[in-house]
Design a protein around this ligand. Sequence first.
Ligand code: NAD
Length: 378
Amino acid sequence: MTKTVLVTGGAGFIGSHLIPKLLADGFQVRVLDSLSPQIHGAVARNLEWLEDDGIEFIRGDVTRRTDWERALLDVDAIVHLAAETGTGQSMYEIARYNDVNSQGTALMFDVLGKMNTHRVTRVVLSSSRSIYGEGAYVHPVSGARVYPGARSAEQLRQEQWEPVCPQTGVALQLVATQESDLIQPASIYAATKYAQEDLVRIGCQSMGIGFAMLRLQNVYGERQSLNNPYTGILSIFSTKIRRDSELPLFEDGKESRDFVHVEDVTDALLAALTVAQAPDAAINVGSGVATSVRAVAEELTRAFGKSPNVVVTGQFRIGDIRHNYADISRLQSLLGVTPKVSLADGLQRFAAWVSSQPLPEDQLEKANQELRERKLMN
Ligand SMILES: NC(=O)c1ccc[n+]([C@@H]2O[C@H](COP(=O)([O-])OP(=O)(O)OC[C@H]3O[C@@H](n4cnc5c(N)ncnc54)[C@H](O)[C@@H]3O)[C@@H](O)[C@H]2O)c1
């Protein structure tokens, strides 16, 4: 019998890559998505692909009980992607982030639990590496694993960018973050993603549903929102590159992220849904490589066929982390997935797609101004 998967937030960036893979795998797909204007623009466009025969689209909101009641009817599995995703914005739109991300997930289980019968056997959650806060480090002398806390506004003002040992103050050595490492969210967004994990783990265990929680690193690729100034560093940079503007590098530009192409992320989501044994665990999804923001800015500019034009601004945002990259051994052992898309290839693909899109307004300054007004940025 054909299985039906509910993909919440399926009209978004990651959903648009996952759903064709689900259809190719023989699944029927139902999408629950509000088509949030912040992500899709005032008039959502490029959504013709949702008209495929294998897709049922419900325009609805994860904060509304009646939308969940409709969406959860007769589904076999859920991939829960719908979320508010801006780290900086989450620091002042606190209730909204909590409503959509935490309460929305709570409602999913509340509705599921109150249905007379359901046949959901697996829930896959798109969690986030942000829940770790600063990544894992090793003490250079003792060799102990160390988890520095969030950098204070004072430290950032003094340009003490690199986290130091909280006890001894010595410089630490960055290592790949493992799933068993300390969880210490440093933003409201991260706190809501961790709340989602707890709800999924406890909700699924109590209802006898298999689950997987994929802690995604920085996902990039074709079809990522070019309109949302609150998230997506590569989108923000791509608009500036097309406008021949300088690329502003926060801090000293040496902060790093683990950039993983959406193709590899959707392979992981599909595997989490289809592996015979439900992982019932959190799994990191990244490339396993840390790349500095300066390096990615320069490589992206070259992918557009232009010469890098970067400027270190010394600006910082409260809640930003310095470094984090994933230990991907669990991704390989539990899901059999090894990322395939190199950063150079992925950026070429991304730049080619961006170039085919209308040139968006550059809204970075507007987003930064909102942070400055709230003393969340210098
Ligand atoms: N893209 C990344 O780098 C990244 C990294 C870590 C985790 N994630 C997680 O992956 C998931 C998907 O991210 P994405 O990059 O595809 O984001 P996206 O913004 O492109 O897509 C999110 C989708 O959710 C929908 N949505 C938002 N609020 C909703 C609501 N209240 N009800 C119903 N639908 C709603 C939006 O309309 C959009 O289509 C999110 O849970 C995000 O936290 C993404």
